[in-house]
Design a protein around this ligand. Structure first.
Ligand code: SF4
Ligand code: SF4
Length: 313
């Protein structure tokens, strides 16, 4: 299977005929690094001699807010924005944001690359019962992958976490994106190294390589089968449903700066500051796993772990 998006325009040196630019749409939520992905791609295109237009919306990019960026490159590019149905590649750093933007993907030839990580915004938590359904998208990975021919769903956060750099999930996705565009791998790595803090260059290079390798070894049929089996297993567990849906809270003390936000916003009042001004979970039985603390913490100090749903698988 050819994963590469045929470039719609040659470099100026290679062709003088203005052709349709290539459109890449990058979406996610605040705090995930959407803009970094977009800037890396735009800079790379510029280095390689393309004309590039980039536009972005991140005015509400507090953690959890929607963020998107359009990157268009080619011989000549006029408009900075991509029309509905005209994206050659849609890169989603967050699952539901990816689904929300799917109408922008070219339905015939577009490539959909999505992290299966899901970030449930606080307003999607409609009731306070432990394990209650949220208003978050219920489409499973299997359903979406079946309906979009050229689609790649991966747990980029998990891949990055296994590499010891959970914050580099966006770089993992850059690695996957690199297999869809005909640019030299070393050029990608060179540009990435300019956009990440110097001491994380090596870690980000590994993350990029992991995402690249994942895409090159991607076997669609096997993955579809795995997602289908996982969905069936999960549905059976829910059907038995005296099984309690439990979650656990992990607080990374070294990252907590004691701002108190999580304590103030927890709807169940089960967090508190200890004598060191570090957040602690005082009443685990009351915690519903709503993730509000996780998504409001400005320092990524809280992680809520829940059993994987088919959406996350
Ligand atoms: S501790 Fe966090 S996950 Fe648990 S109820 Fe409070 S805000 Fe929600
Ligand atoms: S929101 Fe984050 S940084 Fe602030 S007190 Fe809670 S865990 Fe610490």
């Amino acid at each position: 299977m050819n994963r590469r998006v045929p470039l719609k325009a040659d470099t100026p040196a290679a062709s003088s005929a203005p052709e349709r630019p290539t459109n890449v749409l990058i979406v996610g939520v605040g705090g995930q690094g959407v803009i970094m992905v977009s800037k890396v791609l735009a800079s790379l295109c510029q280095e390689l001699g393309y004309q590039v237009k980039q536009s972005e919306v991140h005015g509400m990019a507090k953690r959890g807010g929607a963020v998107f960026s359009h990157v268009r490159f080619g011989h000549t590019v006029y408009s900075p924005t991509i029309l509905e149905g005209d994206a050659d590649v849609l890169v989603a750093l967050e699952w539901a944001e990816g689904l929300r933007w799917l109408p922008y993907l070219n339905q015939d030839s577009g490539t959909f690359i999505a992290d299966t990580q899901h970030i449930v915004p606080p307003f999607a938590c409609r009731n306070r019962i432990r394990g209650a359904d949220s208003g978050y998208s219920r489409e499973t990975v299997h359903e979406v992958m079946e309906s979009v021919a050229n689609s790649f769903a991966l747990d980029a956060l998990q891949i990055a976490t296994e590499l010891g750099v959970p914050k580099a999930a966006n770089t993992v996705l850059l690695g996957t994106l690199s297999t869809a565009l005909e640019f030299p791998v070393d050029a990608w790595k060179g540009v990435i190294s300019k956009f990440v803090p110097p001491k994380t260059v090596e870690a980000n290079t590994r993350a990029f390589e992991a995402g690249h390798e994942w895409a090159l070894t991607f076997d669609r049929e096997t993955r579809l089968k795995e997602w289908q089996e996982h969905t069936a297993r999960f549905s059976a567990e829910i059907a038995r449903s005296d099984v309690a849906v439990t979650s656990t809270l992990e607080i990374t003390e070294a990252w907590c700066k004691g701002c108190d936000i999580c304590v103030k916003f927890c709807p169940e009042r089960c967090l508190a500051m200890d004598e060191r001004q570090i957040a602690v979970l005082t009443d685990p039985d009351r915690c519903t796993g709503c993730r509000i603390c996780e998504w409001l913490c400005p320092d990524l100090a809280i992680a809520v772990h829940t059993p994987a749903s088919p959406v996350e698988a």
